[in-house]
Every structure is written in structure tokens, then in C-alpha cells.
Design a protein around this ligand. Sequence first.
Ligand SMILES: [Zn+2]
Length: 489
Amino acid sequence: MITTLALLLIRQTAGPTVQADPVVAAIIKESKTNSKVMAMLTEVTSKYGPRLTSSTNLDKASQWAMATFKKMGCKNVHLEPWGSFPVGFDRGRNSFGRMNSPEKRDFEFTSPSWSEGTRGPLKGKAVLNPKNAEELAARMADLKGAWVIMDRQPRRLRANEKPSPEVQAQIDLDAKVDAAGIAGRVYGSRSDLVITSGNFRDKTFESHPTDRSVTVRKADFDAIQKALTDGKPIELEFNLDQRWRKGPVVNSNIIAEIPGTEKPDEVVIVSGHFDSWDGPGSLGASDNATGSCTAMEAARLLLRAGAKPKRTIRFILWTGEEQGLFGSRSYVIQHEKELDKISAVFVDDGGSNYNGGYTGHPDMGPVLEAAFAPAVEAFPDLPMKFVVRANPKTSIGSDQDSFNAVGVPGFFTSESSVEKYGAQNYNFIHHTQHDHMKYVIPIYLDQTAVSHAVVAWRLANNPGLLPRYPKFDYTLNPASIPGFPGKTK
Ligand SMILES: [Zn+2]
């Protein structure tokens, strides 16, 4: 409980919205004097690294998140399984790629998640991909043990795609090149960003493709091509420190609560996805350890402020977001009977700019504006606004979409920046080799955590649930969730 003197001091400095509510005042004071967002962010990224869904890293980081929620004083902290992947995938920290000759050059590169590693450094000469069967026959001996330089982008068939004759010819040729015993294929990125993705489907620990594939940034690929054009012998070396993990691997969301005192069945959800891609160089910092840590910090701020909300405030760290919003979509199906009692779901997943506000139905505007007003008072340089959104089902590509699709108000913290503190260029960072701590902007994370905390607090104590769009029909498809465990609620 805050002292009268402290309250008086805050009253003098913080204006009318904050002074009326000692919990809000205490949230802001705790953030301004004792923020822990950066400490949590540093801990999770340095101790556990990136957190691919189905990886050992994510399992360990999830245990850390649960322990951290418990230490804060959260209740009902648990893992809630949403499905499973047939096989898991782990990437170590020792991957590298380089040219040893004719010049020494370290590459920035990636390889797909759920693909074959090298089990140690693997050297080989660089050889151009044969364009047809004749070239292949002429250069068969050359290909053995070589890193094959590709003049096209990786081509993977979509589910149920019937390949055209040209594509089928490529697939047949690729199979013959594989049979020649190559080290792997080297693709060039279109820019100096290398983007990591990958597909877990139709693979098991025992049975999976064994071809290797890397993508190097454009500058590195240009250097390889120049050496090829010059006719110089080229030696490449890759250590793809990556392993299959025996499945099925159960995947879970991480859940923690501050239980409601009057209407515990009614819920405000504050969330972010905890999983990330895992390409070399990435720690999954801005996508999305930041959004996870702002949710965790919001929990801590509320508990330190002694918040006893009327409704339950539930904190959820989703997983499987990057592969298809699996954690949140499964949650919606599993909790179908509770959907009418979820007042709002907040998702922070757009990098480390600040929370510039929300979009939604016009009736939501006054409630949300009153709810976030203290955050604007606390960070007067960082304005927030409510913007009307015409389509209730508008999707942005993160976990709030799963809720908006069924009529539960879902909000994506609209990523904003001001000149004074700079802007994070999210496209340069997310899913690339640059997603590490260097590009995180601490004050924006503090503002996001405070806005989460005060908005959740105000909505949890609001006379009614947040207004909604008119009801519409929707369908839930459990078959779209890999390894869906059944409705548990
Ligand atoms: Zn994300």
C-alpha cells in the first residue's frame, strides 16, 4: 500500500488520472524506479537463446518463465499443452559458414529449421548446380562432397501442389544431384538479410530428408560467384550445428494469473508469443522476447502495486505462433465455452517500438482511452490513440487474430516511435540474423509494460466487459492444429 506522502508527491507530479488510483500510481512508480523488463529480456535471451517451437531451448525457457511468474506471486502458473509436433529440432550456438579459399571470408547465413545438420565442420569445393541431365552426367565426379551453388531460390512444393513439367524436371534433377553425394546446396539471399523459416510437417526423428541447404547473404553469394567466374578453386566450410529431437514433442502455452476477487471467471488476457525462429545470429529478441517480457513485467508491476483486480488478469506466453498461431488458435478451441467471458486480449508482437494504442469497434474507444490515459501521463512523450477498425476480423498475423476471428476483442499493441528515442526497423530484424539485443529500445518496453498493466487493471475493474462487435458466425477447426490434444476445458 502506498503511503499518504508518496501519494501526495505523485499527485503533485502526475496529474488527475494517476492520483485517483493508488494502484496505478504504484505501477508507474515501480516502472520508473525499478523496471525489470531489460533484466528479464537479457536473462531469457542470453541463458536460453532463440526458442523454436519443439526445441529444448523453448522447454527450458518455459520453465524459467514459470519460475519467474511464481516468484512474482502469480497464481495458477502452469503449462497448457495445445498440440504436438512429430519431431523436434535443436540448434546449438556453434554454427558457422565461411570461404577458406581463394579468400578468407566469414558468411552471414541461415539454414531451414527442421533440416539436416553437418555433425561437425564440413569442407567442400564450390561447384555450380548442373542445369540439365547432360551437365550432370559430365560433372558427376566433381559433385561428390561439393557445396553446390544454386542459381535459383529454394523451391518447395506446397501441400497438394501438382508440379508443372518444368518443376518436376527440377525435382528429378535435384534428386540425382543428391545421389551424387554432395555436401549440400548454397543459395543466395536477394538482400543482405537472411530469413529463417522451416517446415516440421511430414518429418520424424527416424524418417526425414537428409539434404542440407544454406542461404548466404547477397554480399557473400556475390563473392562466391565472382570466384567461380574467375575460375579459381573455391573451398567452402559450413558447421550446421543442428539436430533432430525425438518426437512427438508436446507444445504448450505458459499461463499465469492474478485471480479476480469478484468475478474470477471473467478474464483480461495480456500476452505475447514466446517462441521464435532460430537462425544463426538470432536470439529471438524483438520477435518476440520483448513482447513476452512486457507481459511478464506487467504482471510484476501489478503485483508489486498490490493490485487485487475484480476480474482475473491472465498472462499468456503463446508458442507455435511462427508456424501458424497454433498456441492461440488451440486456446480458443479448448476454451470455447469461456469466450463470452474474455473481456479483451492484448498481444505485443511487433518489435521493440512503443505501444501507440489500439484499434477496434467505436464503442470500445471511450473505455480504452480512459484505461490508457495514465500510461500517456506517465510517458508524455509517447502518445497513444484509439483508432476505429471497420472489420472485426481484420488480421495482422499474430495471436490476437485467433480471438478476433471468434468475436473476442483482440488488440495488437500498435508499434509506434518518436524521433527523440528512435525507431526500430522491424523488417531488418524479425526472422533475420539481426534479431538480438542490440536493436532493443528499453524505454519503449517500459512504456508497453506500463500500458499493459494499467489497461488490464482498468478493464478488470470496469463495470462491464469491454463492448464487442456484433456477434457473427465462426467455425473452429481442431484438425488445423498439429497434434490437437482435445478440448480440456
Ligand atoms: Zn512474432
